[in-house]
Design a protein. Structure first.
Length: 407
């Protein structure tokens, strides 16, 4: 773990602990001293579960304790996130009430006496806990079900006859690791193989762990079926877990890894240039992996259409300048769960779905798996089926097809 990651991790842990202190102070108002003591101990224990789980992942020898700890810690992490936000909204509402009370009453007077205030406070806090429980259960169900298929039509003017109807299946952000294992991967592969793909692409963040720990869980991806094979570009999480080793192993097993390079796919009478760049931040971890979307075109032969695999959406700026027809990205998870689904668009130029910059289309997947908490609310996971067709911008379309539960 490099120094930058250690500093970032330390800052996030301090924020995490501060959030726990805020929440427990808020929901303990009006409770007896004995109950408050129990709540403080419980929240204190919970505040260390997540950080310890992240450290323990570097020591896989502690299995099976590690697996159990991961499930408890990451479900708890998601539940606490909901709890923090709902508690914050509750407190903001209460402060607004106090502000109104101060304006409309004389000094020292109150609209509600102390006994009723205490009853209301306890009731509101009970509501906060109930809402958190319901949101956690729903989010867990949505995260653990087999991803929906999102059917996307990408129109390209002057597309050659040979590429009209070319079918691309995109997987992104599977995050095989603490709570996503072999059975989930097998379910994804089975669904993809029903889609009759011409090519399968994986746009980064495939894993959250080292090759030695996760290869058996990742291995079912080798059973993906597509006429022109499987292509992969790195995401930021690969660089947390030895990206060079993952690139080597994937290449050895027949997955075409595109690190700032390209390959020509000849399909019927059409020629599709499939290019890929390393993650937007890759150069911070491996100097020779600095992301270079334009460089990925170096020495390219004649082609009819071009696609760039780029994990993070901001690569679209260079992709558009280089003249790609389509960029396929992930990374954002669509925010993954409320309320972050409203925040992610403030960080990335394109947060989800099919968009366009200049003459270049970009499709941003919400991700096929999830990261951290096994929760998805308002941003369902997806397996994306993109079909190239001849046409104008008005011909773009997207349809979501229902998914099933993950085995």
């Amino acid at each position: 773990m490099n120094l930058a990651i250690m500093i970032f991790f330390s800052i996030m842990v301090l924020i995490w602990w501060g959030a726990h202190y805020y929440v427990v102070r808020s929901i303990c108002v009006g409770l007896s001293e004995k109950i408050r003591r129990v709540m403080y101990i419980g929240f204190g224990i919970h505040s260390i579960l997540g950080p310890v789980a992240m450290v323990m992942r570097r020591v896989p020898e502690v299995e099976p304790l590690l697996t159990v700890w991961n499930w408890v810690a990451y479900i708890g992490m998601g539940a606490f996130t909901f709890l923090f936000v709902v508690t914050l909204l509750k407190d903001m509402g209460w402060l607004a009430f106090l502000g109104v009370e101060k304006v409309i009453t004389d000094e020292g007077e109150r609209l509600i006496d102390e006994d009723r205030r205490r009853f209301m406070t306890i009731g509101l806090n009970a509501g906060v806990l109930s809402t958190t429980g319901i949101a956690t259960k729903w989010g867990f169900y949505q995260a653990r079900r087999l991803p929906d298929v999102v059917d996307v039509t990408v129109p390209l003017e002057d597309l050659s006859d040979g590429l009209d109807g070319f079918r691309i299946v995109q997987l992104s952000d599977i995050h095989v690791g603490p709570t996503i294992g072999r059975s989930t991967v097998e379910g994804i592969v089975e669904r993809v193989n029903e889609l009759d793909a011409d090519v399968v692409v994986i746009t980064g963040d495939l894993i959250d762990g080292l090759v030695d720990s996760l290869w058996e869980d990742v291995k079912p991806l080798l059973n993906l079926q597509a006429r022109h094979g499987i292509y992969f570009c790195t995401g930021n999480h690969e660089y947390y877990w030895d990206a060079l080793d993952w690139c080597r192993v994937l290449e050895e097993h027949g997955v075409r890894v595109l690190n700032n390079e390209h390959e020509l796919i000849e399909h019927d009478s059409g020629r599709l240039l499939m290019a890929g760049c390393t993650d937007y931040t890759a150069g911070d971890y491996v100097e020779e992996h600095a992301s270079d979307p334009k460089g990925a075109l170096a020495g390219a032969p004649d082609y009819d259409a071009s696609i760039l695999l780029a994990h993070q959406p901001p690569s679209i700026h260079e992709a558009a300048e280089a003249g790609y027809d389509l960029q396929l990205s992930g990374h954002t998870h669509g925010g993954q769960f409320w309320p972050w689904i409203y925040v992610v668009g403030m960080v990335h130029p394109f947060a989800t779905g099919l968009n366009r910059q200049d003459d270049t289309w970009i499709y941003v997947s919400r991700g096929t798996g999830y990261w951290g908490p096994p929760m998805r609310v308002g941003a369902p996971s997806e397996i994306t089926l993109l079909t190239l067709t001849r046409g104008g911008e008005e011909d773009a379309d997207k349809v979501r097809v229902g998914g099933d539960e993950v085995p």
